[in-house]
Design a protein around this ligand. Structure first.
Ligand code: NAD
Length: 487
């Protein structure tokens, strides 16, 4: 199986190679096979990409917002037409089952281009401020060259969620995908050219944690948008702050999902499974601390165990497969070590806990795992595992569960299942998180803002709110009379 792109980077409208860069191997997680070899960007490639973005941004920003919007909507159309091809590539890049990528990855990227392409014709409007005889007006203007840095769990979606609002607002972007999943973003860059974007407004360069800092500290970069872990966020935000650059930080989480005793139990189990097992558990907003009221705990666990054991694990290219491998061997090792810690610290293993016997070969498969009787102090209840490991904790009292749910440095997401609507709103009001769900979990349509609080980051992606993070206000005071001075 091969997925070798024409070259490693896409700069100024074309594929570019520089074999002096460190080799990045793209590994298909279902087999462990190397499916492409790329090179990390050298300093020359970085300069070329940023210079191209800087030049192209001036022209792009001079287009009317409606004209930019037309390009983005065209890109959405092309992505939808190529959904199967893009989904197959995303499956090779990440190991996620085609059943998922076909509905969740390129389609979510296309939604983003369509949404921002649609709203931008009016979203850049400013205001007029009367001041007696004089007056002022405001304009919303782009920031300039934006750097986007992606994680490996949603490579195409991240490339679009950063690219669409950045481009809509009139910026140019240099996007660096994760070194683990280098393939998908190159296709997004190709599609934007096909849709009529000027060369250089969307560039993709490859690289790892050595490459990222060179982009972040480049003097011609106005803003950095990172999706990644909290430790990386601290480094990137620190480097950007030292040059007073704008940042958006989409970081990790350890989100609570609270199931009250009046909840529809099957619906709550669906929410907990979606929020722990989708994408083999590699989702930042996952509700990995599932607080279940003691009165319904055993029923919840019995039904959850049966449904978890029925998950179809296997070849991600088979449409019947519901769960593929983890993205990398290293990530699986990390998750298995957390499972060991859970067992050692006294959590009760309800199901899973190892490598499935049903799959043979060198793929990075792991069983969906449920722990019960988890307590707040256990490592598996405190640290982000980023794999299909659900921790079920007991509670009895509303105030108690809110305090425990908030006792974490993270604040990305949270969820509540209950039939009592006043309780639902009262509880979400007190939960410390950026994105919350009532009686569902992990749905992130482009219309709603998405992002975290506390250590999970700041800034918002999606919705009109994202445009505020890719533009700034310019205020113009208009003097209508003679300028007077006391001198
Ligand atoms: P990571 O932090 O290891 O890497 C993220 C990206 O940052 C990669 O492209 C990497 O090359 C780059 N990078 C690493 N060090 C850097 C540095 N010093 N300067 C600049 N760039 C640097 O994260 P990961 O393992 O790729 O992804 C998993 C993490 O991402 C999890 O913590 C997850 O919760 C988080 N995540 C968050 C969201 C969100 O929207 N909040 C979405 C997906 C993933």
């Amino acid at each position: 199986m091969k997925a070798q792109p024409q070259a490693s980077h896409f700069i100024d409208g074309e594929y570019v190679e520089d074999t002096d860069g460190t080799v990045i191997e793209s590994i298909y997680p279902a087999t462990g096979e190397v499916i492409a070899r790329l090179h990390a960007a050298t300093p020359q490639i970085i300069e070329k990409a940023i210079a191209s973005a800087k030049r192209a941004q001036k022209e792009w920003a001079s287009w009317s917002p409606a004209a930019r919007g037309r390009v983005l909507k065209k890109a959405a159309e092309i992505m939808r037409a190529k959904n199967r091809e893009l989904s197959e590539l995303e499956t090779l890049d990440t190991g996620k089952p085609i059943q998922e990528t076909i509905v969740a990855d390129p389609t979510s990227g296309a939604d983003s281009f369509e949404f921002f392409g649609g709203i931008i014709a009016t979203a850049m409007n400013g205001s007029q401020i009367p001041l007696g005889g004089d007056w002022a007006y405001t304009k919303r203007v782009p920031l300039g060259v934006v750097v986007g840095i992606g994680a490996w769990n949603y490579p195409q979606q991240i490339a679009c969620w950063k690219g669409a609002p950045a481009l809509a607002a009139g910026n140019a972007i240099v996007f660096k995908p994760s070194e683990v999943t280098p393939l998908g973003a190159l296709k997004i860059a190709e599609i934007l050219i096909e849709a009529g974007a000027p060369k250089g407004v969307y560039n993709v360069i490859q690289g790892d944690r050595e490459t990222g800092p060179l982009l972040v500290s480049h003097p011609d970069v106005a803003k950095v948008s990172l999706t990644g872990s909290v430790p990386t966020g601290r480094k990137v935000a620190g480097a950007a702050a030292s040059q007073l650059k704008h940042v958006t930080m989409e970081l990790g989480g350890k989100s609570p999902l609270v199931v009250f005793d009046d909840a529809d139990i099957d619906s709550a189990i669906s929410g907990a499974m979606l929020g722990n097992f989708y994408s083999t558990g590699q989702v930042c907003s996952n509700g990995t601390r599932v607080f279940v009221h003691k009165a319904i705990k055993e029923t919840f666990l019995t039904r959850l165990k049966a449904r978890t054991e029925a998950i179809v694990i296997g070849d991600p290219q088979d449409e019947a497969t519901q769960m593929g491998p983890m993205v990398s061997l290293a990530q699986r090792e990390k998750v298995l070590s957390y499972i060991d810690k859970g067992k050692a610290e006294g959590a009760r293993l309800v199901t899973g806990g190892g490598i499935p016997n049903s799959v043979t070969g060198e793929g990075f498969y792991i069983q969906p795992t449920v722990f019960a009787d988890v307590t707040d102090d256990m490592t598996i209840a405190r640290e982000e595992i980023f794999g299909p490991v659900m921790c079920v904790l007991d509670f009895e009292d509303e105030a108690e569960v809110i305090a425990r749910a908030n006792a974490t440095e993270f604040g990305l997401s949270a969820g509540v299942f209950t039939a009592d609507f006043s309780r639902a709103h009262r509880v979400v009001d007190q939960l410390e998180a950026g994105t919350l769900w009532i009686n569902t979990y992990n749905l992130c349509p482009v219309e709603i803002p998405f992002g975290g609080s506390k250590q999970s980051g700041f800034g918002r992606e999606n919705s009109a709110a994202a445009l505020e993070h890719y533009s700034e206000l310019k205020t113009i005071y208009v003097g209508m009379g003679k300028c007077e001075a006391p001198y």
